[in-house]
Every structure is written in structure tokens, then in C-alpha cells.
Design a protein around this ligand. Structure first.
Ligand SMILES: [Mg+2]
Length: 278
């Protein structure tokens, strides 16, 4: 099913993010791939434990959860430059990460062509090493959180379900298929369509009332996408994913159906989300 031929079937819509929300893939990628690859690329073994802890705080456990990899890298290296050891060219990397309209391997390659600077060569080498190390992770370690399948199966009886993810379409499809989650999904929207906010906006054009829609996500980017479209937000709380999915099933879906998601319940969920990422 694609967006063009998609038709609203139920009155209610639930949008669900994949990485770190339905699929338990973020911790493993950051703890085993992103952070360690940075330590290796920049020779930071002497301060490894502290640096990895800080990497995980930036990318998993605080309000910068889910930021672009190059923004996370610039932020981490800037701190390392101040706190532990000089990082050659870090100011150029920080400036690029702030200002470049695109932050991807292709964009780093352009920066290398334009400047010839070592810091960009290292950033590209790091990014490629990260991809290789993620690809080498055993498939069975990229699993859904406990309660996701039950939650989605229940919700799908009552609402249309759409995946709204910024990850690679094929990877998301494979992971969801493997665990039988695609049975409970009506449409998969990924980075090929555009931003999460854009995807939710496209779904609203199918005729859902805004107060009959929530976005279920784990990161500030998901919250922003919901806010931009004036729909509700249901957070999956990092380190409490199992409880969040249990509540999704026991409470959140019914609140939406009863027209009681807004107001006190929404405020409580947002406050929990913000407090959990401090
Ligand atoms: Mg996510």
C-alpha cells in the first residue's frame, strides 16, 4: 500500500515511530556502534568510559535524543576538545553541523572536496565504520520492545495504524515483517516520503480529525512532529518502554476513542516525557 492509494478506514489514526519506539534498536546502535567507533577514529581510549557515557547521554537519555549523527558527533567532540584533548578542526565541524542544509555522508564528502580538512575525512570514516558495525549486528538483536505486538494488535482493531519513521524504508519493513508487526499496520511511511511532520500532515489530508490522532514516539523529534500538526503525542519513555507499551494498550488508545486524550492526560504524558529526558 502506498500513500497515494491509501484510504482512511477508521475514524481514529495512530502514527508509530520505529527506532527506539517500537523497535529496541537505539541503545544497541549507540552503545555498541556510534560511541565506540568515535573512540577508535579519534584515538580516545584513555578517556573511553567517560566519553561513552557522555555519548549515550547526548544521543539516548537527554533532550538531544535522536539528533542527527553528525550533530551528535560535533557536540561530543566539542566537549572532548574542551575537557580531555584537542580535536583538530573541531570548530569547523561544529560550524558545518550547525549550518549545512544536509547532514549525511554525501554532504560530508562535499565538505571534504571543498576544504580538504582532516576533521571531515575522519567524520566520514567514522560514519562509514558506524554503518558497517550496525550492519554487522545480529538481526535477532534488533527486536521490538515487550508489549509492542500486543499493543498494536489491540489498537489496530480500533484505529488505523501508520508507521512514521525517519529510518531507511527497507530496514524498517524487514524488521517489522520479521516480528509479525506489519500485520497490524496499514501504511509504512519512511524517510523516502519526507520528514515525520510532513508524513503526519499527509495522513491528515486523508480525512482524520486532528483530535482523533496521536503520534507515538520516543524522541523530541516525534513530539515536534505531533505539535506541528496539532495532533496528540503519546511518548514511549526510554528505559521504561515496557511500561509505556502496557499503558498504550491499557489506557492511551481508549482515551483517544473516548475523546479524553487531550487536557490532563496529554499534559501528564508530556510532562513525564520531558522529565524522563532531563
Ligand atoms: Mg525513534
Amino acid at each position: 500500500m502506498d500513500l497515494a492509494s491509501y484510504k482512511k478506514m477508521k475514524d481514529y489514526l495512530i502514527c508509530v515511530d520505529s527506532d527506539g519506539c517500537a523497535m529496541d534498536t537505539m541503545d544497541i546502535k549507540h552503545i555498541r556502534c556510534f560511541g565506540p567507533c568515535m573512540v577508535t577514529e579519534w584515538g580516545l581510549e584513555e578517556w573511553k568510559d567517560e566519553i561513552l557515557t557522555r555519548w549515550n547521554d547526548i544521543n539516548l537519555y537527554t533532550m538531544t535524543r535522536g539528533i542527527n549523527r553528525f550533530k551528535g558527533l560535533a557536540m561530543a567532540l566539542d566537549e572532548i576538545n574542551t575537557k580531555y584533548t584537542p580535536i583538530d578542526g573541531v570548530a569547523d565541524l561544529v560550524k558545518w553541523a550547525d549550518e549545512s542544509p544536509e547532514l549525511s555522508n554525501a554532504a560530508v564528502e562535499k565538505a571534504i572536496e571543498a576544504t580538504g580538512a582532516d576533521v571531515f575525512k575522519k567524520a566520514l570514516s567514522w560514519s562509514k565504520a558506524v554503518n558497517e558495525s550496525i550492519n554487522a549486528l545480529p538481526f535477532e538483536e534488533k527486536k521490538p520492545f515487550e508489549g509492542v505486538k500486543e499493543g498494536l494488535a489491540y489498537a489496530h482493531e480500533l484505529a488505523d495504524i501508520v508507521i512514521v519513521s525517519s529510518a531507511n524504508l527497507q530496514a524498517v519493513e524487514e524488521e517489522w515483517e520479521l516480528y509479525g508487526l506489519l500485520d497490524h499496520v496499514d501504511l509504512l511511511m519512511s524517510q523516502n516520503y519526507g520528514s515525520k511532520a510532513f508524513c503526519i500532515g499527509e495522513m491528515l489530508k486523508k480525512g482524520y480529525d486532528k483530535d482523533k490522532v496521536f503520534m507515538c514516539g520516543d524522541a523530541p523529534g516525534d513530539f515536534d512532529a505531533a505539535k506541528k500538526n496539532d495532533v496528540y503525542y503519546y511518548p514511549i519513555l526510554v528505559r521504561h518502554e515496557k511500561e509505556s507499551w502496557a499503558e498504550f494498550r491499557s489506557t492511551a488508545v481508549q482515551k483517544l476513542l473516548d475523546g479524553e486524550f487531550g487536557g490532563a492526560y496529554q499534559e501528564e504524558k508530556i510532562q513525564q516525557f520531558l522529565d524522563n529526558l532531563k
